[in-house]
Structure formats: structure tokens, C-alpha cells
Design a protein around this ligand. Sequence first.
Ligand code: PPS
Ligand code: MG
Length: 198
Amino acid sequence: MKSTNIQHTKHLVSPFDRCLKNGHRNGILWFTGLSGSGKTTLALELERILFQKGWYTFVLDGDNIRHGLCADLGFSAADRAENIRRIGEVAKLFADSGCLVITAFISPYRKDRDQIRILAGDLFHEVYIATPMEICEQRDPKGLYAKARRGEIESFTGISAPYEPPITPDLLVETSELSVEDSLQQLLEYVRKKFTFT
Ligand code: PPS
Ligand code: MG
């Protein structure tokens, strides 16, 4: 139940002041895509490159967050919605602190992603890491598709649970057509356009 008798405390330092200090704009690059599509690989490489350039950036990744903040959640539609809601709140806080946050969650439901867009407004950038299911299944880096096919994982995205692709993503990265390096170039170009002061 939502608490009553609470107010909003206004910071004396604005997000914009923090951005000026950092030398770049803040925001959330919200990666969405199937398991094995390349979300984590690209998020971590992008974070490393931007960090080396002196940017304030941080990755929130499904496999990590589900060990702590969301350790109580499974993979039902309701649990995924709550997972994405919590990450959205955390990502928004990071963004308000001046960070360029990169999130790597399957986030399979359009309505859950749309809620983050409502929460974060212009800070939210939807990045579709678009890789056909057959390619993800061939890659199967964690052996999860094989397990799901054997019926050892229930509600596995793409096999026994849905994935609703973005209709108009802010950026489309087709990892089956591009090398990791070329995908990163595409992401870096987007970051340069949207997050640098010119
Ligand atoms: S979600 O749908 O956004 O809430 O999922 P997310 O928090 O990103 O967690 C996905 C990672 O959990 C592992 N995993 C599963 N994925 C999909 N379906 C099922 N049932 C499942 N069970 C475990 C898997 O390693 C996912 O990581 P990625 O990096 O996407 O492969
Ligand atoms: Mg991953």
C-alpha cells in the first residue's frame, strides 16, 4: 500500500547542473531483446568505452539485479512487470544523478517498457537489440534454450513466454547483420548525437 503523508523533497543541485559538471547529458539507454541477443555484451562494451572517455555511466543487467534487488522475483508476467518497474525507478534515479544509464533486461512486455517511458519521459531511449530467435538459439551462450526445449525451464522467453518487440524503437541494432564492433559504432554514434553538448 502506498504511504500517506509523504511529500517530494526538492534537490538544491539540479540534474542539469550535474550534467554540466560531467560534460555530457544524462539518460537511460534501455536495451530490450531476447536472451542471447547481445544486450549484456554490448552494454558492457559501451560502458567501458564511455568510461574510458571520462563519462559517468553505469550498466544495470538482468542477471546481476536478479541476485539482489529482484532476488524475490521469478519469470511470470507479473514478476517481470515488477522487475522492470523496480529497474525503471532505479534507472531514473541514476539518470537524475547525471548518469548515462545502460539497462540490459529482456523486458518482453511493451506495456512495462511504456511505463518507464511515462516515468522517465525524454530521458528514456528504447534500444531494440534485434536478433532473430533462431540465431539466439544457435548462440545459446548459457545453454538456456536447450534447457527450455527439454522442458527444464518454464516461461522461457521466445519458447514458452512471449516477447513483444518495440514498434518504433529510438534505435534498432541488428546484431545478426553487424559485428560487435559495428554494433558498438552504431551505439556510439547515437550516444554522440543524443548525449553530447554541441
Ligand atoms: S525480464 O524478462 O526482463 O524480467 O528478464 P531479465 O531480468 O532481463 O532476466 C533475464 C535473464 O535471466 C535468465 N533467465 C531467463 N530469461 C528468460 N526467461 C526465463 N524463463 C529465464 N530464466 C532465467 C537469462 O540468463 C536472462 O539473461 P539474458 O542476458 O537475457 O540471456
Ligand atoms: Mg545478459
